[in-house]
Design a binder for this molecule. Structure first.
Ligand code: MEV
Length: 328
């Protein structure tokens, strides 16, 4: 039996513009998915998933790799997560040269699903690491990140970026430029996350930005401006200048709003955080709904968000520097 955990992430800067080759900085956060894998005597795959975030629920899934799938899930998002587990197990079987290995898999996650916090990447990374170890193979982090990316690429029909899986595997602040990802220096970042309880449609939001960019020169300039702002953000990270980081987050949110990817609830949470004294606040991920991220060393932002009608859940989730962890 092996247990691994892996963190979720927020975008400090650069979502959407990264689709057009601009740099972006996702950061791993201290909210994890934990996956326990036990090898079975037969070839079956049984998955039990527990969502420990907002409205926690448990589902069981009798995997598709041996015989007919018997899926009894009521939550679409959890059903989608099962697809990720299936593909992660396929990668583990391939890595360990054990195509017929069967497993019992138990997934526990405190990362809200589909809300821009990289929940699927965390589950995939932890599953690959735990399942390969259950088969007696220890992969290095580069291979885990690469195999986890292959999983997201397959499940998301070729649309995935390497950002989430790399960030979850390596931890820390990551600079993404095109297909290249590397860890960069960062101080402790006092992240506070506000979650509206919903989720945006990433595909539709990315297409919306594409058509805006093709129609209006201002939108193309806005995408470029986000890239310029990210370069300044990297300098602020190096200088450990939290005030400047917050200011740049505020600018980044404004530019994302100009691209049409914010929402009433995201804007309300951003303003609740700023009014509470956060150094800065912005939406994180595709937008349209889901999460905002703020920087605040005090408890004021978390408390203010909890009282904001737009916010379903608020929590502190500081920068994670460990990435994937072998728990057992
Ligand atoms: C979504 O988490 C981030 C986007 O930039 C899309 C992507 O990079 O694939 C909006």
């Amino acid at each position: 039996m092996a247990t691994s955990s892996a963190p979720g992430k927020v975008y400090l800067f650069g979502e959407h513009a990264v689709v057009y080759g601009e740099p972006a900085v996702p950061c791993a956060i201290e909210r994890r998915a934990t996956v326990t894998v036990e090898k079975r005597a037969d070839e079956r795959l049984r998955v039990r998933a527990q969502d420990l975030s907002l409205e926690g629920f448990t589902v069981e899934y009798d995997g598709s790799t041996a015989g007919t799938p018997e899926v009894d899930v009521t939550e679409d998002l959890v059903e989608a997560a099962m697809g990720y587990v299936d593909e992660a197990i396929a990668q583990a079987r391939d890595a360990a040269d054990a195509p017929n290995a069967g497993f019992d898999v138990h997934v526990e996650s405190s990362i809200p699903l589909g809300a821009g916090l990289g929940s699927s990447a965390a589950v995939v990374v932890a599953t690959i690491d735990a399942a390969t170890r259950a088969l007696g193979v220890e992969l290095d982090r580069e291979e885990i990140a690469d195999r986890a990316y292959q999983v997201e690429h397959t499940v998301q029909d070729g649309q995935a970026s390497r950002a989430d899986t790399f960030c979850s595997t390596m931890g820390g602040a990551v600079l993404v430029e095109g297909d290249n990802c590397e860890r960069i220096a960062a101080p402790d970042l006092p992240f506070v996350v506000g979650y509206d309880g919903g989720a945006g449609d990433t595909g539709a939001l990315v297409s919306g930005v594409r058509s805006l960019r093709e129609t209006y020169p201002f939108a193309a300039d806005t995408v470029e401006s986000i890239g310029d702002l990210v370069e300044q953000g990297i300098d602020a990270l190096e200088a450990e200048d939290t005030t400047e980081l917050g200011r740049l987050m505020n600018f980044n949110h404004g530019l994302l709003a100009a691209l049409g990817v914010s929402s009433r609830s995201l804007d309300a949470m951003v303003w609740a955080a700023r009014d509470a004294g956060a150094a800065g606040a912005k939406l994180t991920g595709a937008g349209g709904g889901g999460c905002i991220v703020a920087l605040d060393e005090t408890d004021a932002t978390e408390t203010a968000l909890k009282y904001s009608p737009a916010c379903a859940e608020a929590f502190r989730a500081e920068l994670d520097t460990e990435g994937v962890c072998r728990e057992q």
